[in-house]
Design a protein around this ligand. Structure first.
Ligand code: DGL
Length: 275
């Protein structure tokens, strides 16, 4: 019996995050590339990654990406700044498909605005400790000044779906006050969970600060790479989405539906193999 091979452009795009935050990137990808099938893995059992050691982030990410690679995937988006900061070179060495992280696209978008004042970067403790944003920005323009701040309470707020009101506002104010005193003119949301808090962040920062959410830049970078490699799905119909989580899915469905602005279905709980 002849085996009919599916052409690679019909494969899915794999998207990975430690939890629900990467859905901010899914939203942008769906808008830009509506015909693509997406398969998302959120490691909800082990989130947050951002307060863990670099080696732990590498180990967890590798296990999740191995799992995703068992599906038919033509490109991978690491929709997690923490994982992008620690694992991109290793992933690119080990897997032969195009791999896009979230740090480079965000840094690119910010550099254009750095003439007017310093660039603020907020992220998890691990992302800030890695210095990945400062290095990426200064590689593009060594004159840019960068002020970073880790905001470890913001990921749990988003995972809980606590996206507005006085508590998120006061926490954000406390974190951002030192960089606002330094008169930053743009703020990179260096964690894919943070766009869910964008209205409160913008309120605290005021209109003078441009908020940079790398999700749209990532979607643009993905479009360019799919076109360059002839991997774009050209069918007439919309793509499908499948969501995999490593713990009970209820909270992921509730918060994820708010982030995507539409109900989430097709969520499956999986067990990622430990090495
Ligand atoms: N959303 C992830 C990021 O972009 C990670 C959050 C976490 O697990 O701490 O860094």
């Amino acid at each position: 019996m002849a085996i009919i091979k599916q052409p690679q452009h019909k494969f899915s795009i794999g998207i990975f995050d430690s939890g629900v935050g990467g859905l901010t990137v899914v939203k942008a990808i769906r808008k830009k590339l509506p015909k693509e099938d997406l398969i998302y893995l959120g490691d909800t059992a082990r989130t947050p990654y951002g307060s863990k050691a670099g080696e732990t982030v590498v180990r967890f990410t590798r296990q999740c990406i191995r799992y995703l690679m068992q599906h038919k995937i033509k490109a991978l988006v690491v929709a997690c700044n923490t994982a992008s900061a620690y694992t991109l070179p290793m992933l690119r060495r080990n897997f032969k498909i195009p791999i896009i992280g979230v740090i480079q696209p965000g840094a690119h978008a910010a550099v254009a605005s750095c003439i007017q004042g310093p660039i603020g970067v907020i992220g998890t403790k691990a992302t800030v400790k890695s210095n990945a944003y400062t290095e990426s920005i200064q590689r593009l323009n060594h004159k840019c000044r960068v002020v970073s701040q880790s905001c470890p309470l913001l990921v749990p707020l988003v995972e809980e779906g606590w996206l507005d009101g006085p508590i998120p506002k006061n926490i954000i104010k406390t974190y951002l006050s030192p960089m606002l005193r330094k008169e930053i003119r743009s703020l990179i949301l260096g964690c894919t969970h943070y766009p869910a808090l964008k209205p409160v962040l913008q309120k605290v920062c005021g209109k003078r600060v441009r908020i940079i959410d790398s999700a749209e830049e990532v979607a643009k970078a993905l479009e360019i790479i799919l076109d360059a490699k002839g991997l774009r799905n050209m069918r007439e119909t919309s793509g499908k989405q499948k969501y995999l989580v490593t713990d009970i899915p209820e909270q992921f469905i509730r918060v994820g539906s708010t982030i995507l602005g539409r109900p989430i279905s097709n969520v499956q709980r999986i067990a990622v193999l430990e090495e």
